[in-house]
Design a protein around this ligand. Sequence first.
Ligand SMILES: Nc1ncnc2c1ncn2[C@@H]1O[C@H](COP(=O)(O)OP(=O)(O)OP(=O)(O)O)[C@@H](O)[C@H]1O
Ligand SMILES: [Mg+2]
Length: 454
Amino acid sequence: MRLPVPGSLRLRFLLAVTLWVMLGITAIWFSAIGIFSRHVEQSYHEELAVHVRELGGLTEITPDGTIMLTRPLSDPRYDVPLSGFYWQVTAAGRTPLRSGSMTRGSLDESMAHSSEILHRLESGPSGPAITYGFARKGPAGEDIHFVIATDQSELDRLIGNFTRDLTAWLAALAALLLATGYAIISFGLKPLDRLSLAFSRMRRGETDKLEGHYPSEIAPLAADLNAYICQNEAMVARARVQAGNLAHSLRTPLAIITDEAERLATRDQCRAAGAVLLDQAAAMEQQINYQLARARSSAGRSPSGCGVVLPDVAIPILRAMERLHPDKQFILETAGCKRMVLPLDPVDYAEVLSILLDNAGKWARCTVTLTFTCDRVGGGTAQIADDGPGIPDHLIETACTVGTRFDPDAAGSGLGLAIAQDLCAAMSAQLRLTNGSPGLIATLRYDPGDTDGA
Ligand SMILES: Nc1ncnc2c1ncn2[C@@H]1O[C@H](COP(=O)(O)OP(=O)(O)OP(=O)(O)O)[C@@H](O)[C@H]1O
Ligand SMILES: [Mg+2]
């Protein structure tokens, strides 16, 4: 069973079931003890009343005035010393008769003053006792007092035993109810677990939609999500194509404007205006090239890949780089990354790697090192380090801006890093440039924790 996390539906259900079971069990515990105590007390009192009546029936006063019983009481506990069961018969001017159990003390005869059976709590020979008694006239018209008593602790012991047994039984019942309750919750939430698993697989790029069959309450949600995902992918693809088309359609008018601006710049009276127009046209061309490059990079891709497999994704890119920069050495280091899958678009990831490796190959003196490191929580880092001149520290921040080139004599359009940055943002990955000693270190990091909350 999965452990409930704070704020989860599972935790809510578990708390509700626990509270419900606890309330029910506590209510049963209190009411069962109350009902049992009432019944036990009642039958105890009835039994004592019977015993005191039996005592009255068995008592005789002999002609010499001795009090005696015609036979012992039917309950043998009255003969066991200090058993907690006592009787006593007293009359004025006669020797009192007491049960064999009463080896010390006496019972208070004053409560046995009426012919009706009365009872109260008295202190008996072995602690507080429930006392029953009545009085009857003797042969000489004197009052004979019949008193019978049972220790309160006897009643308490009976109720205590019952309470102990009941508590153990109810605790077992509570454990059983909680276990079945938790099992029912797990069973009921299984479809949601499957949905979340299907979602994770889709985010890892293993599937392109939510797969699986769901109960009727969740099935519409899964279907709506699938429809939304398809719609969204189609919309993004359409938008990219449209941006590419727009950029493309601006090229010819821009070429005409540039041509006109160049002609203006050759005339003395409008040289300044021509220069401004040329500047602006160059900026526009950069943007157009950038959009076309972005559209090209996303064209022809399947809506969702099967994730980025490290380090395999880099092998064909490194091969291409070795052909592109034959005088540079490319080294691949894969510390602990054995077919690790990152839930990212492989085309975008490969494009970012190509841009960074191409830059490193262009600027390296002789060696470019690509190092992959993976962690246990599903994160992965690609580090591209070269032994070139690096970028001055105060300019490194601006390197990813469209059109930035620090060495205008070198070939390039200044779009690579801007596109890489853009793709990283879309993949929820981070791109960081730092200077090493020597050269530039580009770090491409993906951390699943950064996207979970998104
Ligand atoms: N590894 C590197 N070492 C030194 N300078 C670099 C490195 N990578 C990038 N730069 C600097 O950053 C600038 C921007 O790089 P970016 O990749 O965006 O454009 P580019 O390489 O000039 O052109 P392209 O669009 O063809 O990639 C480069 O012109 C270069 O001056
Ligand atoms: Mg570049």
